[in-house]
Design a protein around this ligand. Structure first.
Ligand code: DGT
Ligand code: CA
Ligand code: CA
Ligand code: ZN
Length: 578
């Protein structure tokens, strides 16, 4: 059986490899895969059981993609995909993450210099070989070297951005859960802790019959190579070069195993110390009395924390940065949760050049989440191509006012996502800006300015009374574009002082502000807002990711403005506007 998750993984891989093959993400065939992926992601139908006609009827799926999906379902693989994998191995594909190395440039470098992987590329840089190639120069060499350094790509332990790992892990877990032998399955490790990048995926299964589970796991279509195969433990490498470890344990030991394999290692070591203090041992099988060999707790994580005299520590906090001490004192932060969220305040429609759903559809999608308020924030006029003119904004305001009548339970706010210029100025003029109900201002350009200049421009933007929040503070794309450099103490202090909210953007390839920045914000008493930055009705799910990232920054419900009732939220926004 081929699951929907497997189909989506295959299509995503095809999209990535076709970008190299065609030389551009804008190529017709690449966009065809993009459309198919988006169409399938928003369709609730069971793709794996569809006929060819039904497949083509899915929005975005063309004939040729439908044929490939059919081939995968019928034969377990796609010939085209296998050919592309041979041509572009994972370590080569990984190089596409480096800014400045587009597909065409990369292929030329491979062609001329035989560069196949990061080591080769660094050797070529060291030998100053890139500067002699067409379209490249000494400047490009420096830029590439800096990007490799700042993205932490060097070394053999390359990490995979969560945006690639999470869908794969969820798809594997869903598949394993469907096996009759499996009682429970979860991904654990750094992914469960919601780290932004992960070394490998760790999957845990509760079952009394590990054999068939192992068999299924090692023969999944996404498996390229089995690198370890035991009775209860296997490791595989996926076709995209990612390692996945599987461990099967007895149902009665599931909690202990989940705790152990979720980590972090330092959190585990701290817990084990607490166990030793009581003359107990803690390992992946349970919490045990050394003297009597009696098992004190093993079945659930909660029972183990309880026995150790600790509050339950959510996975997002398990990094041994003070959470064990606070759990012992009964003093863990009251973390924000998805169910606390009452609105979304960074939200695009197709009025933005990069928006892909209509105002009507976007508002309906928010209403389906039972939000109490929603700010529509299409791009301001300064963003070339994507921005909206004053005239367009005023027309949209009318539409929103009319639409409001259909949604008595959700307050619609008219906002805009402004662009922070080099000097910290933003789009339009103050009078026009104050005509909006709410704005979020973000950096969309000049990522290479130095720390002083970046800090100054963000401080200037926050001093603007019409700027309600700062969007995706660092501007990073995880593993692809390093964030801007900021004096975070200065920024967070000013955010608190001016009543400017700091956004926690839930886009899985951003997760921005970073947990480190957020924690500095918490220290300064900053008010946060958790947003999805949705450009399509599919993207509202990002709220869950934003909340998890907020938790990694130790954010409590009370610090998040969009957990507040409408009146209190609006009063906070209006206070800054004077
Ligand atoms: P990663 O894969 O580098 O993103 O990070 P993790 O945290 O997923 O680490 P991984 O995959 O090496 O191991 C998964 C979990 O297993 C880890 O978080 C804690 C546990 N673990 C692994 N090795 C040790 C160890 O030597 N001691 C203890 N106490 N726990 C370990
Ligand atoms: Ca791991
Ligand atoms: Ca592992
Ligand atoms: Zn946006």
């Amino acid at each position: 059986m081929t699951s929907k998750g497997q189909i989506l993984e295959a299509l995503k891989e095809l999209r990535t490899l076709m970008t190299l093959e065609e030389g551009s993400p804008q190529a017709f065939r690449v966009r065809a895969y993009d459309n198919a992926i988006q169409g399938l992601e928003s369709s609730t139908a069971d793709v794996s059981a569809m006929s060819d006609t039904e497949l083509v009827a899915v929005k975005g799926v063309g004939k040729s993609t439908a044929a490939k999906i059919r081939e995968l379902i019928d034969t377990g693989s796609i010939k085209k995909l296998e050919g592309l994998r041979e041509k572009y191995p994972p370590e080569f594909v990984n190089l596409t993450r480096i800014p400045g190395l587009g597909p065409k440039t990369l292929l030329m470098i491979r062609d001329r210099l035989g560069v196949q992987n990061l080591d080769d590329l660094q050797a070529a840089l060291a030998a100053e070989q890139l500067r002699d190639l067409p379209g490249l120069g000494q400047k490009s060499e420096e830029k590439i070297a800096t990007a490799i350094e700042r993205l932490g790509l060097h070394g053999k332990d390359t990490r995979t951005p969560i945006v690639e790992a999470l869908p794969l892990a969820r798809s594997i877990v869903a598949e394993l859960e469907a096996l009759p032998e499996v009682k429970q399955a979860d991904y654990c490790g750094s992914l469960r802790r919601f780290r932004e990048d992960i070394g490998d995926i760790d999957i845990l299964v509760a079952s009394t019959r590990p054999g068939p589970v192992m068999e299924h796991f090692t023969t999944m279509p996404s498996v390229d190579e089995v690198i370890g195969h035991g009775d209860t433990k296997s490791s595989v490498l996926t076709t995209r070069g990612l390692q996945v470890d599987l461990r099967v344990v007895k149902p009665g030991e599931y909690g202990a195993a989940l705790l152990y394999f979720t980590g972090s290692k330092t959190h585990n070591i701290h817990l084990r110390q607490l166990a030793l203090d009581r003359e107990w041992t803690l390992n992946e099988y349970g919490l045990t009395d050394v003297e009597t060999d009696e098992v004190i707790a093993a079945k659930t994580e909660a029972s183990i924390y309880k026995a150790l005299g600790l509050e339950f520590v959510p996975p997002t906090l398990r990094e041994d940065t003070g959470e064990v001490e606070q759990a012992a004192a009964g003093d863990l932060p009251k973390l924000v949760e998805l169910s606390d969220i009452k609105g979304d305040l960074h939200y695009h429609t197709d009025l933005s050049g990069d928006g892909r759903s209509s105002l009507e559809d976007m508002v309906a999608a928010a209403a389906a989440r039972r939000y109490s308020y929603l700010a529509i924030t299409d791009h301001g006029e300064d963003l070339t191509i994507n921005g909206a003119s004053r005239k367009q904004m005023l027309a949209q305001r009318k539409e929103i006012t009319a639409l409001q009548e259909d949604y008595p339970d959700m307050r619609l706010l008219h906002g805009s996502e402004l662009n922070i210029g080099r000097d910290g100025s933003v789009d339009y003029d103050l009078e026009f800006l104050l005509g909006f109900d709410y704005t979020v201002a973000s950096v969309h350009s000049l990522f290479d300015l130095d720390q002083n200049q970046q800090t100054e421009r963000v401080l200037q933007a926050m001093a603007n009374p019409a700027v309600s929040a700062i969007g995706h503070l660092s501007g990073r794309y995880i593993g692809r574009r390093p964030g801007i450099e900021l004096d975070l103490d200065a920024v967070m202090e000013a955010a608190a002082a001016t009543g400017t909210m700091i956004e926690i953007n839930g886009a899985l390839d951003r997760l921005d502000a970073t947990p480190e920045a957020i924690r500095i914000g918490v220290k300064h008493g900053v008010t946060f807002v958790i947003d999805t930055d949705s450009h399509h009705v599919n993207e509202l799910v990002r709220m869950e990711y934003g909340v998890l990232n907020a938790q990694r920054g130790w954010v409590e419900k009370s610090m998040v403005a969009n957990t507040w009732p409408t009146k209190r939220f609006l009063a906070f926004v209006d206070k800054k506007r004077g």
